[in-house]
Design a protein around this ligand. Structure first.
Ligand code: ADP
Length: 394
């Protein structure tokens, strides 16, 4: 059974086609610069890869090319073989608590929820419409980045702002990266053979968030109303005092949009190091004696440690901490530093395993009070799993 998962942006479209009998990827690829000149695409399948520049004025053009190519390249024999398509959707607001089969109403809702993800929801809805036009009989599923966090209770998701802000305008914590956190939560339950885990999941990539999970359910997460809050990220500041905004706006003559852009795009690792948003460059700088890189690295690890400590208390202890995403899966010094910061909780990292991890690896020592794992995330597969489930059960 073949299921496709789609991650669309305003000018891009990523796809993965899975054989769900084995959960293996049959083909994957990226369409870029849709609606802009020099649009191009890459499709990978087996050991092959094709790349081409071709005019793609809109998402529908990209979808048509994708489907033609899948047939031309003998990846599928007919479009009917694709039994479902799952679409990543950024914001489900308070409306969606789980993945859903897409109908006209869902598409309207995605536009309606645009205030919560103005750069993401509208292009995602546009891409969904394009797929529905090209494949009108194929079941489509929306998988939201926020739904895993919908199990948080009020005490966690409300801000201590005027209650009216929540009641009238839905100002609250929604979180993000939920599909990744859910995938890791399910994987660690399988690996440890337990559904009753107190798990702290560290999704640290260019964006980053920490989630506290109890019995497979999210009880708190570090991102907030938007992905700007929480830990320090590649270019985002994470938590700051909002009073900085009017102050810096006046000093630098910025409007609110520009000031927020500074926090989203010029802060975090790049802001502090003045070198790079990429952890590899920051670590290189640190190893070559760059003081700002050292400070950025230490503060980045400290912010992660602080959230883990907070969630340790919230969960009443922790059975496991999982590292995932670009930094979590690949950065040996980051994992080491965070674990060393947690020594007072009885966390003990096995340096040998941390230095030479296998794909999925326990990197704590046997006498560590909390197990530490590296688990590569796979949001595309999680989307495909939901799509398969709903195609059979709806
Ligand atoms: P995104 O949030 O864009 O999905 P990823 O999860 O792909 O990001 O993570 C990308 C980030 O992972 C890079 O910006 C880089 O900081 C980090 N990264 C990737 N490989 C390494 C590595 N070997 N060592 C340290 N950091 C790495």
């Amino acid at each position: 059974m073949k299921i496709m998962s789609i991650n669309a942006g305003s000018s891009s479209l990523k796809f993965s086609l899975f054989n769900m009998d084995t959960e293996a990827v049959i083909a994957s690829g990226l369409f870029e610069r849709i609606g802009i000149e020099n649009s191009n695409y890459i499709i990978k399948y087996g050991n092959e890869k094709i790349e081409q520049q071709v005019e793609m004025p809109d998402h529908e053009a990209a979808v048509k090319i994708l489907m033609e190519k899948l047939i031309d390249l003998n990846i599928i024999n007919s479009l009917d073989e694709i039994e479902g398509i799952g679409h990543r959707v950024t914001a489900g607001g308070e409306k969606y608590h789980e993945s859903v089969v897409i109908d006209d109403k869902v598409i309207d809702d995605l536009y309606e929820l645009r205030d919560f993800a103005p750069l993401h929801n509208p292009p995602q809805a546009t891409a969904i419409k394009a797929f529905r036009d090209v494949l009108p009989n194929t079941i489509m599923v929306a998988v939201f980045d926020t739904t895993f966090h919908s199990t948080m209770d009020k005490e966690q998701y409300l801000y201590a702002t005027p209650y009216r802000w929540y009641k009238e305008y839905k100002v609250r914590k929604y979180g993000a990266h939920g599909t990744s956190h859910r995938y890791i939560s399910e994987e660690i339950s399988k690996i440890m053979g337990r559904n009753d885990l107190r798990a702290i999941i560290c999704h640290i990539g260019n964006g980053g968030s920490i989630t506290a999970v109890k019995d497979g359910k999210c009880i708190d997460t570090s991102m907030g109303f938007t992905p700007l809050s929480g830990i320090i990220m590649g270019t985002r500041s994470g938590d700051i005092d909002p009073s900085i905004l009017p102050y810096i706006m006046e000093k630098e003559g910025l409007n609110i949009g520009e000031a927020i852009e500074n926090l989203n795009k010029q802060s975090g690792l790049i802001g502090m190091s003045e070198k790079s948003s990429d952890m590899r460059d920051v670590i290189d700088g640190m190893n070559n004696g760059d003081e700002k890189c050292l400070l950025a690295f230490n503060k980045y690890c400290r912010a992660i440690t602080n959230y883990i400590a907070q969630y340790y208390v919230l969960l009443g202890g922790a059975d496991v901490i999982c590292f995932t995403a670009g930094v979590g899966e690949n950065s040996i010094p980051t994992r080491q530093k965070v674990c060393e910061n947690l020594a007072c909780l009885g966390v003990k990292i096995d340096l040998e395993k941390n230095n030479h991890p296998e794909q999925i690896q326990k990197i704590s020592t046997d006498d560590s009070k909390i197990a530490i794992y590296i688990i590569p995330t796979n949001e595309e597969l999680m989307i495909a799993r939901d799509t398969l489930f709903l195609s059979k059960n709806s």
